[in-house]
Design a protein around this ligand. Structure first.
Ligand SMILES: [Zn+2]
Length: 299
């Protein structure tokens, strides 16, 4: 089995065939958590989960970039893909999210987190560094403050429903670590789409968090050292579909949960273990962190 722990089949890229895409994943031994990035997509993630008896779950949250209204071009770190993202200026309404979060199919609160990368102009160049210098303008300072406040609220929600967090973080790992230290999540969680150094990864692992790896890890050798340095017991697989299509699939092909096997293959190659071993251990990790019992699947 494999587990795509961070998918967005609840997004409009799958408006015509979302159920088919999920069925194709399940038929090929891939479990899926669909992740909300605002209220509407969170709600849709829960609805999708209920369409399947098991094998598909949901996470509900507000992506930090959605806290600001606007649109921006998103480029992945290896500059291979570019997408236009519209953001709505979402408000994190605790009560509304609490109602969603209580649902039995909801296995995590997220995605939530910090994203300093998409400020215009970018405030930091190095992907994994974080600190935004003081005095760079009220707008950026206010947005950072808002992202932090919402993240702390999301942690409060996670602790209220006793579920883990699904964390998004770009150019803000130091600040994220600080918040997790000062506002502990009882059930811990995942730092999804991790693109920092192995040293940074180890700091999150020490706090009890798992590291989510996706197609970015297949774009060349930049993340081979990270993959080698962290144990399989601390890795979760994900696609972040429809974005970040893993190689050797061609750029431009819409990503989907089934392709999580390409990410597994890359990790297997770097670690010189079988893809089955990667699938087995990372699926166990996911079941543990999401508190999911899938024993009836193996029958
Ligand atoms: Zn995502």
């Amino acid at each position: 089995m494999y587990f795509d722990t961070h998918a967005h089949v609840n997004f409009s890229a799958y408006k015509d065939d979302g159920e088919e895409v999920l069925k194709r994943a399940l038929d090929n031994g891939v479990f899926v958590v669909n992740i909300g990035s605002q209220y509407s997509t969170s709600k849709r993630a829960v609805e999708y989960a209920h369409k399947f008896e098991t094998g598909v779950w949901a996470a509900v949250g507000v992506h930090p970039v959605h806290l600001k209204k606007g649109s921006f071009t998103h480029r992945d770190p290896d500059e291979l893909e570019e997408v236009e993202i519209q953001t709505s200026g979402e408000v994190f309404e605790y009560g509304k999210y609490l109602e969603l979060a209580k649902d039995e199919k909801v296995v995590a609160i997220g995605e939530v987190g910090l994203d300093y990368h998409h400020f215009d102009p970018p405030r930091v160049d190095e992907r994994s560094s974080s600190r935004v210098e003081a005095g760079e303008g009220d707008d950026v300072a206010a947005l950072i403050k808002k992202q932090k406040e919402v993240l702390i609220e999301a942690i409060r929600l996670a602790n209220e429903v006793r579920k883990p967090v699904m964390l998004h973080c770009w150019d803000a790992y130091d600040d994220l670590l600080e918040i997790l230290q000062n506002h502990p999540v009882e059930k811990k969680g995942v730092v999804h789409s991790f693109i920092g150094s192995h040293k940074t990864a180890k700091k999150f692992i020490e706090l009890g968090y798992k590291i989510g790896l996706n197609g970015i890890a297949t774009y060349g050798e930049s993340y081979d050292k990270l993959i080698r340095e962290i144990g399989l017991e601390n890795i979760l697989l994900e696609t972040d579909c429809p974005y970040l299509t893993p190689r050797p699939l061609e750029k431009g092909i819409r990503n989907e949960p089934l392709f999580v096997k390409n990410v597994a293959q890359k990790i297997a190659d770097v670690k010189s273990v079988s893809i089955e071993e990667v699938g087995k251990i990372t699926t166990e990790n996911a079941k543990k962190i999401f508190d999911i019992d899938t024993s009836y699947f193996q029958a």
